[in-house]
Structures are given as structure tokens and as C-alpha cells.
Design a protein around this ligand. Structure first.
Ligand SMILES: Nc1nc2c(ncn2[C@@H]2O[C@H](COP(=O)(O)OP(=O)(O)OP(=O)(O)O)[C@@H](O)[C@H]2O)c(=O)[nH]1
Ligand SMILES: [Mg+2]
Length: 195
């Protein structure tokens, strides 16, 4: 058993999930040739997270290490069959799409609707990640409707152009996820004590 926080990477094929997972987990071959992901890869690494102590004893922000497990899975039919298992105990989700791809937002919204049924996570546990690389420009031919994704936080990540910002925004998202996980666990413990 590991205490690592499980984070799912979900998104259409070729949206850049694996490249992003490699980058975040500091794998050597971050950007390379396209190799479709078969099934699911799990990358575990340590992240320096910020924990905000609001108690009077320590008002400072503490830095501590948290174990993160990125679940980089393709979303083909075979994987969808084991969706409940993949979804189990996930702490947070990165919803990844390629900003230049026409139909990615619609595909992502469908993924979100299906997976959220199993995950039952609050909107704060999701981060919509618009992936961008090279000189790819967002398609502006028509206004893209974010639909049910509109209530989730959204970031634009170009790891080639601004890696440090991507790292920071990931750490900040994960820190709030971890805080929420801890809060929920404490609430559950109190409920058990009261019974
Ligand atoms: N230069 C650059 N290319 C990228 C980046 N992200 C994705 N790509 C390109 O897009 C291709 C697909 O990216 P992947 O990360 O494999 O996409 P994926 O979402 O994991 O794809 P599946 O596993 O098939 O679902 C890569 O081989 C790269 O050519 C990036 O940040 N920089
Ligand atoms: Mg992949």
C-alpha cells in the first residue's frame, strides 16, 4: 500500500498526456516520438508541495514532500472496461486536450461526464489543461463551447516555452487537492468518532 495521491490524466488521443506526464515526473525522455499509450502507465514521484498553516503557531508556508502517482491511460474501449478500477481512489484529475484540435473540447467534455459519474469528485479536484506546443494556434473558426467544463479551472500549458510555470501551476493545483483530501479524511474520522 502506498500513500501516494493518485492523479488521473484523461484526454483525447494525442492530446499530449504522456509527454506531460513525463515532464511532470521528470522522466528523461520528456518529448520525443509519438508512441500511443497502450493501457495505462503509472508514474510515481515526489513533489515539493506547499502546506498552508493558518494556525497561530506557524503562520509560514511549509514545504514538504508529497508522493504523487500519475495515471497516464489511453481512453480506448479496452481501458473504458476497467474504468471503475482506474477511477477508484483518485484524488485529482488533469483533463488534457490539444488546443489546436477541433473536436478535442467536445471529446473531453464527454470524458468528463462519463468519468465524473464514477469519480464523484468536486469541481476543485479537476484541472482542465489546454496543451500547446510549437507554433500551434488555437482554432478560432468557431467559438468553442466549454459546456460542463466551464465550471472547472483551466490552464494553458506549453512545457517547451514555459516549463517552470507549468511546474508551479501543477504544484499549486496539487497542493490544494492534497489539502482537500486531508480535510475530507479528518471530517470522516470525526464522523466515525461521533458514531
Ligand atoms: N514538442 C512537443 N511536442 C508535443 C508535446 N506534447 C505532445 N507533443 C506531440 O504530440 C505527440 C503525441 O503526444 P503524446 O504525449 O504521446 O499524446 P497522448 O495523449 O499520450 O497520446 P495517446 O497515448 O495516444 O492517448 C507527441 O509525439 C509529440 O509529437 C510538447 O509538449 N512538445
Ligand atoms: Mg499517451
Amino acid at each position: 500500500m502506498t500513500n501516494a495521491a493518485k492523479v488521473l490524466l484523461l484526454g483525447p488521443t494525442k492530446s499530449g498526456k504522456t509527454t506531460l506526464a513525463n515532464f511532470l515526473s521528470d522522466a528523461k525522455d520528456a518529448i520525443g516520438q509519438y508512441r500511443p499509450t497502450v493501457g495505462c502507465r503509472i508514474l510515481e514521484f515526489q513533489m515539493e508541495s506547499l502546506s498552508h498553516h493558518s494556525s497561530s503557531r506557524s503562520a509560514a508556508n511549509n514545504v514538504n514532500n508529497s508522493d504523487i502517482q500519475l495515471w497516464d491511460s489511453s481512453v480506448d474501449r479496452n481501458v473504458s472496461n476497467c474504468l471503475p478500477a482506474l477511477a477508484s481512489d483518485a484524488a485529482g484529475v488533469l483533463l488534457v486536450y490539444d488546443i489546436t484540435a477541433d473536436d478535442h473540447v467536445a471529446e473531453l467534455e464527454e470524458l468528463y461526464n462519463v468519468w465524473n459519474n464514477y469519480l464523484e469528485l468536486s469541481p476543485s479536484r479537476y484541472l482542465v489543461v489546454a496543451r500547446k506546443w510549437g507554433d500551434g494556434q488555437p482554432n478560432r473558426k468557431r467559438t468553442i463551447k466549454m459546456g460542463s467544463l466551464a465550471r472547472l479551472s483551466r490552464v494553458e500549458w506549453d512545457i517547451d516555452a514555459d516549463g517552470p510555470r507549468v511546474q508551479n501551476e501543477f504544484v499549486s493545483f496539487m497542493s490544494s487537492v492534497l489539502l482537500d483530501v486531508r480535510r475530507k479524511r479528518e471530517e470522516e474520522e470525526i464522523t466515525i468518532l461521533k458514531e
